[in-house]
Design a protein around this ligand. Structure first.
Ligand SMILES: [Zn+2]
Length: 67
């Protein structure tokens, strides 16, 4: 287990509320993701933008550990 820190931080979604130490308040990561997807016009367009930005392809069926 990673040691937990509880230093309040500004929520990364931009709502100007403080978290209990995480990057987002509960559910706000989903809200931000939804806003990003809507802004760029869909998940497929978001993928293209991200792939350009990171200069790499996004692999869908990649096995992840400890998710
Ligand atoms: Zn927020």
């Amino acid at each position: 287990m990673m040691p937990r820190k509880f230093t309040p931080k500004l929520c990364a979604c931009g709502c100007n509320e403080m978290t209990k130490g995480g990057e987002f308040l509960p559910g706000h990561d989903v809200r931000l993701l939804g806003a990003i997807v809507r802004r760029v016009g869909g998940v497929a367009k978001l993928r293209v933008i991200v792939e350009i930005a990171i200069n790499d392809v996004i692999v869908v069926n990649q096995i992840t550990n400890g998710d």
